[in-house]
Design a protein around this ligand. Structure first.
Ligand code: HEC
Ligand code: HEC
Length: 286
């Protein structure tokens, strides 16, 4: 119920004339600067709505979107690289290594792709770890030539994707009761004797025959390994899973069956070539 405007005796401010149950409203409007800022922001929003893609279906007068901007820049980068990727796509692996410029481009791309896809298992620099082979040294499970490396990357190991996947399975000598635990112990001592680290010579002696009958077909008569089966060399003191007795006993008893994903369906052919060249260049390439 509007009553008359008067001056409040406590604050000295005029009232608006509104009064409820004896409580009167003082007339103290928002500061002018505040109102001006409010209007500026409202006008700003209006202009923004018109210039930029603010509403569904409205691309704005400027026709700018960050998404379009990004894809244009990516196209420009791809166009800049196309000359190289086209060359890589047709060049055989050996030719890439023979051409210093192409090699440099392949290694740069391979290094980036390795960091993205391979480093979680093989380590940032490719040094591996227990169960994940070191890609820097001369010890290869499946071969260290350009073609062998490229085939491992494309088709994977024990990764059922295509007919060229590398497959082999070391038997579980303990779990499947092919050998007793005493025989497994002797075989492990014999394996250790290849690198001169057997501690029980009598056991190692007994292990020789067990090895010849059960293991030599894959690992070779004197533990030289066999790349056809991805069976590691056992006489080089380089260990894939570990060279202490307990680890070797566990490998023989339970087997390991390491899995390397096949990258054929996930990475394009040029990236796989770059990776093969990169891995080959790491130091152990044959
Ligand atoms: C999920 C883990 C994992 C990832 C990711 C992975 N690898 Fe492997 N890789 C393995 C394992 C395990 C082996 C050993 C397989 C075996 O037992 O023979 C292996 C083996 C290899 C070998 C064969 C080594 C030899 O001695 O013959 C090459 C080469 C290789 N990986 C390269 C790559 C590259 C390149 C990438 C990335 C595109 C990659 N790996 C990603 C786990 C992985
Ligand atoms: C069918 C082939 C095959 C037979 C038979 C076989 N192995 Fe293996 N062995 C492999 C393969 C393949 C690996 C690689 C491990 C993996 O990733 O599965 C391996 C790995 C190993 C390793 C681990 C080496 C490392 O560097 O860590 C040891 C030790 C070993 N085998 C010992 C034996 C012994 C001892 C026997 C006999 C009692 C035997 N193997 C029989 C295929 C075989």
């Amino acid at each position: 119920m509007p009553t008359k405007v008067e001056t409040d005796s406590v604050t000295g401010t005029e009232t608006t004339g509104h009064e409820w149950d004896g409580i009167k409203e003082l007339n103290s409007p928002l500061p002018r600067w505040w109102i001006i800022v409010l209007w500026i922001t409202i006008i700003w929003a209006g202009v923004y709505y018109v210039l930029y893609p603010t509403l569904p279906g409205w691309d704005g007068l400027w026709q700018y979107t960050a998404r379009k901007d990004l894809s244009e820049r990516l196209d420009a980068v791809r166009a800049g690289r196309a000359a190289w990727t086209d060359k890589l796509a047709v060049a055989p692996l050996e030719e890439i290594e023979a051409d210093p410029d192409l090699l440099e481009f392949a290694i740069a791309g391979g290094r980036a792709a390795f960091a993205d896809n391979c480093a979680p298992c093989h380590g940032t620099g490719g040094a591996g770890g227990p169960g994940y082979p070191n890609l820097l040294d001369d010890a290869w499970l499946w071969g260290g030539t350009l073609d062998a490396i490229s085939a491992t990357i494309e088709h994977g190991v024990r990764w059922p994707q295509d007919d060229d996947t590398r497959i082999s399975a070391m038997p579980r000598f303990g779990v499947d009761e092919l050998l007793t635990s005493a025989q497994i112990n002797d075989a492990a001592e014999y394996v250790l004797s290849f690198s001169g680290s057997a501690t029980d010579q009598a056991a190692a002696g007994r292990g020789r025959e067990i090895f010849a009958e059960n293991c030599a077909a894959c690992h070779g008569e004197s533990g030289g390994g066999n790349r056809e089966f991805g069976a590691p060399r056992l006489n080089d003191a380089i260990w894939f899973y570990g060279g202490d007795k307990a680890t070797i006993v566990q490998t023989i008893a339970k087997s390991r069956n390491g899995v390397m994903p096949a990258w054929g369906g996930r990475l394009d052919a040029v990236t796989i070539k770059q990776l093969a060249v990169y891995v080959h260049s790491l130091g152990g390439g044959e």
